[in-house]
Design a protein around this ligand. Sequence first.
Ligand SMILES: [Zn+2]
Length: 86
Amino acid sequence: MEKQIRCTLCGTDMKTMQLDKYNKPHGFALMAIGVVIVAAIPAEALLSLVLVPFGLVVAFSKKEVWSCPACFSITERIGNKQKYGW
Ligand SMILES: [Zn+2]
């Protein structure tokens, strides 16, 4: 059973939603660098074997946050620290 929390700004019951955990363009940049390295420097292809999966993780990782349907404030679910807006 999930704990329900209320928005600290307007008191509305908050819903969970998924956000990108990391910066998506950074993930794609890492993958692009990995691909370029394979094409340009085959000797360094091993490095890209690390970069490409890492980029995929960065680009597609999700985290669950509380979001308020009324005022769209976002509250991190991990820890007590609260963060608003985007
Ligand atoms: Zn609210």
